[in-house]
Design a protein around this ligand. Structure first.
Ligand code: F6R
Length: 242
């Protein structure tokens, strides 16, 4: 079931989602959170930092599992997703870094890295909340539009539209890694709740695919229509067609 809520600002989205996380973690201190990178969750992460600093959320027993990581850049690179998570959230809350998981995109043995991540997901899952953004092309995690989708952690060739969208974080499009290691759709669909945040008109088409009843691997976000508990938090621009 998909519940869509529309807000005026990212701060209002963050305030609303922050209360959902506060309730969960206060009731379940060992909660397991699936997390995302990118622009969409940044305001929420700021809110979670505020709530932690105000002692309204205690992250000391929380476990996190991130969706994805670029292949071929060091975890210390300013655009790696491990670096992003440390900078945007983990360094500012009382979480134990050993409880935070991001796929390993730096190894030569990527197949092993995928197996290793799948084992972590099996050990700590199912996630209480999986947080998602959505690509302009409908990708979730880095599960790109395709004839078939993978339920397990795998290596994905990023589509041109994704490289173009992510070029804003790099000096040039040539520097954007062309491959990523990503969680498959399995753990996303098994998570107890999904929270998807999308803002801006560029996401409006992808969001529309959540309302059509059609499940299409060429638009991976459409699979969320099969999930029993999805909360979609939008600004008015992203909600243009819903
Ligand atoms: C990030 C991720 C991606 C992004 C998506 C939207 O971990 O898995 O699916 O959520 O590309 O990115 P933003 O939020 O930057 O528009």
């Amino acid at each position: 079931m998909i519940e869509i809520k529309v807000f005026e600002t990212q701060q209002e989205i963050a305030a609303y989602a922050g209360e959902v996380y506060k309730k969960l973690i206060n009731e379940k201190p060992h909660a397991v959170l699936g997390l995302a990178t990118g622009s969409s969750p940044i305001s929420l992460y700021k809110r979670l930092i505020e709530l932690n600093q105000a002692k309204e959320i205690d992250f000391s027993n929380v476990v996190t599992v991130n969706l994805d990581e670029y292949v071929g850049i060091e975890s210390t690179h300013s655009q790696s997703y491990r670096y992003f998570m440390n900078e945007q959230l983990f360094n500012h809350i009382n979480i134990s870094k050993e409880n935070t998981h991001v796929p390993n995109g730096q190894t030569q043995d990527l197949e092993h890295a995928c197996h290793e991540y799948e084992e972590i997901i099996d050990q700590v899952g199912p996630f209480d909340i999986q947080l998602l953004g959505v690509g302009v092309n409908g990708h979730i995690g880095f599960n790109e539009p395709s004839l078939t989708l993978n339920s397990l952690t795998h290596i994905e060739d990023l589509k041109t539209s994704t490289l173009e969208a992510n070029a804003r974080f790099f000096d040039s499009i040539e520097q954007v890694p062309t491959k990523a290691i990503t969680m498959g759709l399995g753990p996303i669909m098994k998570s107890k709740q999904v929270i998807l945040i999308a803002t801006g008109e560029s996401k409006a088409n992808a969001i529309k695919a959540l309302t059509t009843g059609i499940i299409d691997p060429q638009c991976p976000v459409s699979f969320l229509q099969l999930h029993p508990n999805v909360l979609v938090l939008l600004d008015t621009a992203a909600a243009k067609y819903v």
